[in-house]
Every structure is written in structure tokens, then in C-alpha cells.
Design a binder for this molecule. Sequence first.
Ligand code: ZN
Length: 201
Amino acid sequence: MKIICIGRNYIAHINELGNARESHPVVFIKPDTAVLKGSDFYIPEFSNAVDYEVELLLKISKGGKYIQKENAHKHYEQIGIGIDFTARDLQNSLKERGLPWEIAKSFDGAAAIGNFFPKEEFDLTHLNFSLKKNAVLVQQGNTQQMIFSFDEIISYISQYFTLRIGDIIFTGTPVGVGKVAENDSLQAYIEDIKALDIRIF
Ligand code: ZN
């Protein structure tokens, strides 16, 4: 499986990092070795500034290429929540030099994945999600705030990458990203359901 991530999909988050709004989704990949499921997150020794980014996830249930926006909803049955861990110091230094920032986003453990739920259980067009750090609310988003919808994302990325069953899409983070420290705990929620619980070491 592969993980496909969307960057810069929420205006307020684009502004907090001083990035530009793009006319197409910003796309990057994480390998399957980045998956962190049911275990703790260890801050890697190569970074002094690992940020959390809470994001809604889509799990691909039907493969495809050149998927039309109108058909995109047939390609996922479940939604979930995850954290796109980012070595922000590394990413900023690579970005400044115009280099690919793969290692800042795709290192081992950088894709924390929580529980998935049938998409019918939610109103996907007005879906709330949030992240608490040490029991304090730090990020809160709603799918209404997305620049590119789930279906637009699937349609766009499937022009470049064949989607296969089991692939996971990270759909972008809302405002409020911040650094993790040793002994932090992170809990992510879809509406009121806790779907991810991680300790930082
Ligand atoms: Zn992200």
C-alpha cells in the first residue's frame, strides 16, 4: 500500500505557515514503512521540531486511474483520522533550498493512522474533526473548510498515481499545527469519537 498526502488544503493553515495557495492540490507520498498504528511515536534524532498535523483519511476500497470526480465516491467506503508527523526544521531548510522535502515527511512512523469508520455514519460535507494535546484542544477542522473536496482529491491524484485497494489518502490539516515534546499525548477525534490515541517519546 501507499500513502498519498495532500498539503495546503485549508486556508488558515496555509497562512500560519506563510505558504502560497495553489490552484491544484499539493501532493506527496509516504511509503508503507511510515505507518504507525497502535504504537507510540518516538521523536527521531534528526529533528528538533516535529509537528503534529491532524488529518481526515480515506481508505481506497476500489482501485482506479483517471477517476472522474463524479465517480470518486465509489472508490472509498471508510474514513478515518491520522497524524501527518512533520520534521518542520528539516522541511523548512529543504524548502528554502528548493529541494524535495521527502525525508521531513516520510520517515518511519510519520504516518499515524487511527480507526476507520463506514462513511455512511457521517455527513462528509460537514464533518468535524479535532486534535487534543495533553487534553487541550489544539486543532479543529471541518470538511467545509477544505479547498479541495475528497472527490476532487481522488480525481486529481489518480491522474498521476494508480489507486489500489488499501491505499490511504491524508486529506490535509487545518490550522493549529504545533510541536510535540517527550511525554505528550495526542488524541484525535472524528465528531465526538476518539479514533486515535498516541504517546510521544
Ligand atoms: Zn499534512
